[in-house]
Design a protein around this ligand. Structure first.
Ligand code: MCN
Ligand code: CUN
Length: 795
């Protein structure tokens, strides 16, 4: 196999007109902007039935009885399935992606509001919904555990009494770093600043909710599942293991997805029930959530209660960070993280700084809330880690009376320290942090902003400037360290060049809106010289793509992007041998100029990749030992993660009369190494920044003391619109990843990860005249107002 070489160029400026076509428009957009995308709910099959889910109105209750007779009598109902029915087949429980189990349909108890209790399969969607009302469930209420802080109290009701010998709500403990070394540094430091920082529960809320169409064909014994999945291959394997159906008799197709944001990584009970219904009834069965079902029952994000401590010298040299985290995992641990990383990659909470010591201790608990945990462009919990460290650094700046940008500049890992081994064991691959930081300050006009702020403060106006600098670790594996349910985190890629020189590239990852059909064609184009428009990208269909773990954790470019480049190089290596035969020179005498091989010193004697493709498939001799055809397949196992980073500066104005926060400006400078498509990168960044403003100012999935979800509709769960966000100002630097074949790092989550801290830092900065050092998200007008009145923070 080809070995990665250190790239020297970027896609956008390596030539006057790079073959990769830098900013090319997205190939998928003609169908999307004309409403011609094909989503799961567009699938219509002859005789298709519809499934609806009966959900628990209570957060915690024992099921005394379920009476389905009236529902079964409904003229359009074909089947009603309860947990007892599934239990009879051994299917009432399923594994989660974190080696926990989750109820498919409740048998004994309900453990969160919105939990799946029974399903109805009917001739149409309306009848299925109507019949839900006819099911009579008798619940005996139990005391709910809503606040994670009380979950381990001795008198707390035990939620997971299904687990043998379980007598409390403890989920797991986890630690990283060196406790003793950190204590030692902390005890000697001039300054230690401590802060309680909550990252509330939020929800990714993709535009398209989750759903599927399950179609079991009794004739050939094959199950086809069209489904909202970010990881079709991993899902297929789990279905095979759970159902006992042979894996080759399961085809998982993820058609166009209306956003995923991690919400489409877990396997939900609705999918399993649709499969069971199709197996039993021999008919296609569709299940499609509504918005409230999506918000109340599917993979949430965050819900970390963090106590952070940061130690430094009086001059502002950061020495150590320590944190204690209480993680709320809901009723089942449905987090999708590599098995060895129960807290995801939270271990990168040391941020972009060169520290002497760091330590984290985490306790995760069960509560009566929906399961999930890793979603919403989280980079496997790096959002929480970045928010923690970037808030702590600002708290330190506050105590030291230092400028927060200056404090960061003094503490960055220096370029000569890369590859840099962090105090919690991460190997940062490359970075030039100061350069990126200074560029963001220049674009923002940082010094001028501070001057303006001083003038406004003197007039009683509340202007804030927030800085955040983040580093992510994206691109899981390597497979030796990382697996999900035993499946190693690597990805396959297959490339076939057809006789006429057109090509098809098949991916194991699955776009949810990120534009893979464009960018993967660009990667292959750059390597093999076939224009991107002549390269078809096939993905999201297990029957037609090689195995791999899918799209999340911004891993597509770091893992599959590398696979695409290497498979193209493998094909190019074969093309070179064929070209040597065609030109009757030795392989060593050939030179590659994008799209053709020519004889060294004689550019006129050349064959194009299209000529070679025809020869590979055509009549005539091929060089000794070379088979016909022009195709290859590889499986790429990354040697390390990639470490993209960025510097963000946010400017806000807080209305002193109403406490409404207005984001006036936002400057984002990102470094994702080699940039494949700058337009798509900007799109990813714009989307992520909007997410960040949403989380910082308005989004929260809250619960009342009975465990009722208060964020069950978009009337209550506020997501930002164009009105709440400014015109984004973006910039970039390029620091290629040294181990990635084209030097690219991920970008899909960077802005979501980095921006909440910038917004909160800006608001807190605006409130400085009130002596405020920290305030918790979401910074709604009422929370900001309370902070201004000196009222205590909400729990
Ligand atoms: N890209 C590039 N140059 C780079 C890096 C990336 O041009 N150096 C391009 C890629 O080719 C790809 C896009 O940017 O088209 C994102 O690539 P990458 O960072 O590899 O992330 P993934 O493709 O793996 O996408 C996953 C990431 C995650 S985890 C979430 S969550 C999220 C996000 O993407 N969900 C999204 N962005 C989203 N964007 C949309 N529209 N919809 C979602 O659901
Ligand atoms: Cu964590 S959300 Mo994305 O990794 O699918």
């Amino acid at each position: 196999t080809a070995t990665p070489t250190r790239p020297t160029e970027t896609f956008e400026n390596n030539d006057q007109k790079p073959l990769g076509h830098g900013r090319m428009l997205r190939k998928e957009d003609p169908r999307f902007i004309r409403g011609l995308g094909k989503y799961v709910d567009d699938i219509q099959l002859p005789g298709m039935l519809h499934l609806a889910v009966l959900r628990s109105p209570m957060a915690h209750a024992r099921i005394a009885s379920i009476d389905v007779t009236a529902a079964q009598a409904h003229p359009k109902v074909k089947a009603v399935i309860t947990g007892a029915d599934l239990a009879a087949q051994g299917l009432a429980w399923m594994p989660t992606l974190s080696n926990d189990v989750q109820a498919v349909l409740a048998t004994d108890k309900v453990r969160f509001q919105g939990q799946e209790v029974a399903v109805v399969v009917a001739e149409d969607r309306y009848a299925a919904r109507d019949a839900l009302e006819l099911i009579d469930v008798d619940y005996d209420p139990l005391p709910p555990v809503v606040d994670a802080r009380t979950a381990l109290a001795t008198d707390a009701a035990v939620i997971r009494d299904d687990l043998e010998g379980k007598t409390d709500n403890h989920c797991f403990d986890w630690e990283t770093g060196d406790a003793a070394a950190t204590e030692d540094v902390m005890s000697r430091a001039d300054v230690v600043v401590k802060e309680d920082i909550v990252y509330p529960r939020v929800h990714p809320a993709p535009m398209e909710t989750c759903g599927c169409v399950a179609d079991y064909d009794r004739v050939d014994g094959k199950l086809t599942l069209w489904t909202t999945s970010q990881a079709p291959h991993a899902h297929r394997t789990v279905y095979a293991l759970v159902s006992g159906l042979p894996e080759h008799k399961i085809r998982v197709i993820a058609p166009d997805l209306g956003g995923g944001f991690g919400n489409k990584v877990p396997i939900y009970p609705g999918y399993v029930c649709a499969i069971v219904a199709s197996l039993v009834l021999g008919k296609p069965v569709k299940w499609m959530e509504d918005r409230s079902e999506n918000l109340t029952s599917t993979g949430f994000a965050r819900d970390y209660i963090m106590r952070g401590e940061i130690a430094a010298t009086r001059e502002g040299k950061i020495l150590a960070i320590r944190t204690n985290v209480l993680a709320d995992h809901g009723a089942f641990n449905g987090t999708a993280a590599p098995v060895k990383y129960p807290a995801g990659f939270f271990g990168v909470f040391t941020g972009s700084y060169d520290l002497e010591a760091a330590y984290c201790k985490m306790t995760a608990v069960y509560t009566n809330k929906a399961p999930g945990g890793v979603a919403y462009a989280c980079s496997f919990r790096i959002t929480e880690a970045v928010y923690l460290v970037e808030r702590l650094v600002d708290c330190l700046a506050y105590e030291l009376k230092m400028d927060p940008a200056e404090l960061r500049l003094r503490n960055f890992i220096r370029p000569d320290q890369f590859p840099y081994q962090s105090k919690t064991g991460w190997m940062y691959d490359s970075g030039e942090y100061e350069k990126t930081m200074r560029l963001s300050m220049e674009l923002a006009g940082y010094d001028e902003l501070r001057r303006e702020q001083a003038e406004r403060r003197a007039r009683g106006e509340l202007m804030g400037i927030g800085v955040s600098f983040f580093t992510e670790a994206v691109g899981a594996g390597p497979r030796k360290d990382m697996d999900i349910l035993g499946l190693g985190m690597a990805d396959g890629c297959e490339l076939r060049v057809h006789p006429t020189g057109k090509a098809v590239v098949r991916l194991s990852v699955k776009t949810q809106g990120q534009g893979h059909e464009t960018t993967f064609a660009q990667i292959v184009a750059e390597e093999i010289g076939i224009p991107p428009d002549d390269i078809e990208v096939v993905h999201g269909d297990t029957d037609n793509t090689p195995f791999g773990l899918g799209t999340y954790g911004s891993r597509s470019t770091p893992v599959s992007g590398a696979a695409a480049a290497l498979v193209a190089r493998k094909v190019r290596d074969k093309a070179r041998i064929i070209a040597s035969g065609m030109l009757e020179v030795s392989v060593a005498d050939l030179e590659w100029t994008k799209g053709s091989f020519h004889v060294k010193g004689d550019p006129g004697t050349a064959v194009t990749i299209q000529d070679i493709a025809m020869r590979a498939h055509g009549a005539g001799d091929l060089p000794e030992g070379i088979e016909g055809g022009l195709e290859a397949q590889i499986c790429y196992n990354p040697e390390n993660l990639t470490y993209p980073y960025g510097a963000y500066i946010c400017v806000v104005d807080v209305d002193p009369g109403t406490a409404v926060v207005k984001v006036r400006r936002f400057v984002a400078v990102d470094d994702c190494g080699t940039r494949i498509n700058p337009m798509i990168i900007e799109g990813q960044v714009h989307g992520g920044l909007t997410d960040g403003v949403g989380m910082a100012l308005m989004e929260m999935i809250a619960f009342d003391e009975d465990g009722n979800c208060l964020g069950g509709s978009l009337m209550d769960y506020l997501i930002p619109t164009a009105l709440e966000v400014p015109d984004w100002e973006t910039g970039y630097t390029v620091t290629p990843s040294p181990h990635h074949p084209i030097g690219a790092k991920g970008i899909g989550e960077s802005a979501t990860v980095g921006s909440p801290a910038a917004v909160v830092n800006a608001v807190v900065d605006a409130l400085k005249p009130f002596g405020i050092r920290h305030a918790d998200m979401p910074l709604t007008p009422s929370r900001v107002w309370d902070a201004m009145q000196g009222r205590p923070r909400p729990p």
